[in-house]
Design a protein. Structure first.
Length: 261
């Protein structure tokens, strides 16, 4: 695994170029340009607000501003996660001409796809920060946990993306299975609702590392409180393990990519 990381560092210029290529391809000849990085999360946030408003009406109370902010804060990393996995899964097969013709650490391809999605997340996060400041929602010292939580998000997404991209090269129906899981995954992840709303069943939502990560972000940014240490530790361990597993699986199968693509 250390050798794989050293190779990635050695080819960092290629990683940078492929990331720029993915960003340019995504927005080239798009009328809205980089506004798509903002538009898609806004649509998801709007859908989440409608769903949470319906849940609030059913429970007999109104949706407050914190509920809207909570959805906004959790939708952005969730959008990053699903878009990263989708692009990473297709990255090797979609670049078969590169994989079969020249040598370079193949992990650069899914990593570049994820980095391009991270660029989108950065744009959306800046816009969200401006909106939160405009409404004078303020912040607390617990927001300092945000960089660490986002690191867990990136590690988990990267590890899963590497493993699935390798699996999709050998079994092309992996991408269809991933699409189905991502489509319905939002209902099993506390994006449009809080895990506490499920009472004693909240543990099943938090066992999903993405659920723990999103809840930690909600606690530190929206609720202005210390993230639950036990679930934050769990999310961190799960993210590191997933990252290591992803690198190991990818690197162990890399020698067979060219002949199986």
């Amino acid at each position: 695994m250390l050798q794989a990381l050293k190779e990635l560092i050695k080819y960092r210029d290629l990683f940078y170029m492929l990331t720029l290529r993915d960003i340019r391809i995504r927005y080239k000849q798009a009328a809205m340009g980089f506004l798509w990085a903002i538009f898609m999360p806004i649509v998801a946030i709007g859908a989440g607000i409608l769903i949470k408003q319906a849940m609030a009406v059913a429970a007999g109370h109104a949706l407050d501003i914190l509920g809207v902010v909570s959805i906004s804060v959790k939708v952005l990393p969730w959008t990053f996660f699903i878009s990263s996995i989708r692009f990473a899964v297709q990255s090797l097969v979609g670049n078969s001409n590169l994989v079969t013709k020249i040598y370079f650490p193949r992990a650069v391809l899914p990593l570049a796809s994820i980095a391009a999605c991270l660029f989108d997340l950065s744009i959306s996060a800046v816009v969200l920060t401006i909106i939160l400041c405009f409404f004078h929602l303020g912040a607390s010292v617990y927001i300092l946990w945000t960089p660490l939580i986002l690191l867990f998000l990136v590690l988990f997404t990267t590890g899963l993306g590497l493993a699935l991209s390798a699996a999709n090269l050998f079994f092309r129906d992996v991408k269809y299975i991933v699409e189905i899981i991502l489509m319905f995954g939002i209902f099993f992840t506390p994006v449009f609702y809080d895990a506490d709303a499920l009472g004693r069943f909240r543990i099943f939502m938090l066992l999903n590392p993405m659920g723990s990560i999103l809840e930690a972000l909600n606690q530190s940014i929206v609720l202005k409180q210390m993230p639950d240490r036990h679930w934050l530790t769990y999310a961190g361990l799960a993210s590191v393990v997933m990252f290591c597993v992803g690198i190991f699986v990818f690197h162990s199968k890399e020698q067979s990519f060219a002949e199986n693509i």
